[in-house]
Structures are given as C-alpha cells and as structure tokens.
Design a binder for this molecule. Structure first.
Ligand code: PMP
Length: 358
C-alpha cells in the first residue's frame, strides 16, 4: 500500500505503540488519585505536557489535554459564545460551524485563524491578524493541528492567546489533543464537574493516550521532524507536483508549492473532467490511498468549502485530490502513483466526454 493520507491521520509510530502498551500495564491508575500508582500516572502526563510546552515554547501550565483538535477548537469558540467571532474561510468545521452557532456581537472579539490548512496546505499569514486583534483588545486563536511536527512552532514569538493541537497527525493516538491557553486569557471549561486539568476540563485523564502523545512528541523533538519535512518530504511533494503537471493533461495545482506558502507535505491537485471520488476509488484499487478534500468532509456531496473559497469553481473543487505525505514515504511511492494516475485520469476524462456528448 502507498499511504498518502497522513493529513487525515497517521499510523502509530512504533515508539508510541511501545509506550502505550507499557502505559496500559503500568500506568492504569486514575491519575487524580492520591495513591502511588495515581502519582506515577500523573507524572507521565506531566512529562507529555512538558514535551509539548518545550516543542511549542509555552509554559506547561498553559496546556490542557483534550479529546482532540475538534474539542480544543470547540472549547475556545464556546469560551467566546455571544461574542463577535471572526474566522478565516479555510477553517476546519470544528471552528466555523461552532462560530456560526455560538458567535454574537459582544466585545472582546475572538479571531480564529488557522496557521495552515489541512486540505490544500496553505500557510495563512496571520501575523497581521494577531497584531490587529491585540491592538483592539481582542483575542486570537490558531488551529495548529497540521503544523505540529511539520514546521517549528514558537507560540510566545507568535503571541497567540490560544492554539490547538492533535496527537494523531504526528504518529500519536486518535482521541488526544491539546489546547494552549495563554496565562490570563479568558477561559470557560467545556466539560465541567471535575478538578482535572487544574479545573479546566473534567473527566478522568486519558493516561495511555497522553503517554502515546508524549512518545510522538519525543520522536518529533529527537528527529527534528520539521527538518525532514522541509528537505526529504518537500522534495517528494514537489516532484509529484511537477510530474502531475507535465504528464497529465488538464491537471492544475490547488496548492502553492512555493516555499513558505504551504506545508511541505500536502499537495492538492485538480483534474479537469475527472471526479475526485472516482479518482480516489481507482487509486484505492491500485493500493494508493489519498483523499478528496478533507476526510472529515468526504461523504458530503457539497464541494469542499476550502476549495470553493480558494477557486470559486465547483468543478475544480469536485475534481480535486489531496496527497498528503508522511515521514515514511519514499521516491518509490511517487513513482507508483505516476505509474497509474495518468491512465486513471485519461479513462475518467474519456468517460466524461462520452457522457457529455450523449
Ligand atoms: N483541525 C484541523 C486543521 C484538522 O486537520 C483536523 C483533522 N482533520 C482537526 C482540526 C480535527 O482533529 P481531531 O481529529 O483531533 O479532532
């Protein structure tokens, strides 16, 4: 199998499997308990908190663990329920849907602008938004889910008030995420009724999951994964982009591959007169795993809101495929894609012409 859907989720790193296996055996106790096994579990949780704090340049007590990025995003939006909420047109639905339902007119406002998008990889320039928000006494949140491990992150230098992370995009388990809340920034718990996370989020700690997240963070720090993405993975992505444009008639890129404009591991491309879902299924039959737009939105017949915002063209949006690379991908994978993709597109384009003519 050639797996090119890392932006949707990534397989567990071997280090994560080992750490979680050990956690289930050794650190099963309720981490809030006063007994020794409880303390041992809590110590492991605090280790992960310190690793994340180190990686993003924040203080450990500014981080709470959540069930994932969606919960972290929802928590911030709910904190600003009734307030004016500005979002970018490229946000994940856990931001834009929540903002639509919960936003109001009160001040201070919240700006929620993701640092980089999951569907096309675009890096948004949020520096000016951050300055503008703070100048007006407003607050700024950024969804950094796709950025963790892919680019260096310095929360203090960015001057964010809130930031969202998820473990399963970096080889950690699904169901664990984190929210950075700047010391002193407004905060309302989403899950009330427990003293966990310094009274900021109730429910028993997901110790094994958090330990798994810790192992994935350790891996990222040890291997400086952002450097690998910047060199090896960028070269694979750019190589695939070049070959698609050269070898497939009617192809275009929805990702700007200029350095600094997109995450180095995401490539979104459209193929005129070929439908994204059909391309995906044909590739799947060849053992090549990609996605159409965002996995979360697939099954949804509406064109991706991100591609619509960027292109304004439903046909381009419907004919798009996202290739997202991870650390395990090789030159060989790109070759395998290019052995079958031109033929698949050609076949689909022919069918589409016949359909149009008949
Ligand atoms: N935000 C972004 C930018 C994402 O890519 C995703 C996952 N597709 C999420 C939020 C949701 O993450 P989780 O699965 O951890 O809730």
């Amino acid at each position: 199998m050639v797996y090119l859907d890392y932006a949707a989720t990534s397989p567990l790193l071997p280090e994560v499997i080992t750490a979680m296996h050990e956690a289930e055996q050794k650190f099963f106790a309720n981490a809030s308990a006063l007994h020794t096994p409880g303390h041992l579990a809590m110590n492991k949780i605090e280790e992960t908190r310190k690793l994340l704090a180190q990686l993003i340049n924040a203080n450990p007590d500014e981080i709470i663990f959540t069930s994932g990025a969606s919960e972290a995003n929802n928590t911030v939006i709910r904190t600003f329920a009734g307030h004016k909420i500005y979002t970018s047109p490229l946000e994940h639905h856990s931001i834009d849907e929540a903002a639509r339902v919960l936003g109001g007119n009160k001040k201070p406002a919240l700006y929620s602008y993701m640092f980089a998008n999951n569907e096309i990889g675009e890096i948004l320039s949020i520096e000016n938004i951050i300055k503008k928000a703070h100048k007006n006494g407003d607050y700024i949140h950024s969804d950094l889910t796709q950025v963790l491990g892919k680019l260096p992150i310095n929360i203090k230098a960015l001057d964010l008030d809130y930031a969202t992370f998820s473990a399963h995009k970096i080889g950690g388990p699904v169901g664990v995420g984190a929210l950075f809340i700047k010391d002193g920034a407004p905060f309302k718990s989403l899950i009330i009724g427990g003293n966990q996370e310094g009274k900021r989020r109730g429910t028993t700690y997901n110790t094994a999951g958090i330990i798994g997240f810790g192992a994935a963070l350790k891996y990222a720090i040890k291997h400086k994964t952002w450097d690998i993405y910047d060199a090896k993975i960028r070269a694979l992505r750019d190589g695939l982009a070049k070959r698609i444009l050269e070898e497939i008639p009617g192809s275009s890129l929805n990702t700007d591959i200029t350095p600094g404009k997109s995450l180095p591991n995401i490539l979104n491309a459209s193929f005129q007169a070929a439908e994204g879902e059909s391309i995906q299924l044909y590739l799947d039959a060849e053992g090549i795993i990609v996605s159409t737009g965002s996995a979360c939105a697939s099954g949804d017949i509406k064109p991706s809101h991100v591609l619509m915002a960027k292109t304004g063209d439903a046909e381009v949006a419907h004919s798009s495929i996202r290739f997202s690379f991870g650390l395990d991908n090789t030159e060989e994978d790109v070759k395998k894609v290019m052995q079958v993709l031109p033929g698949i597109i050609n076949r689909l384009q022919k069918i589409s012409t016949i359909e149009r003519e008949s």
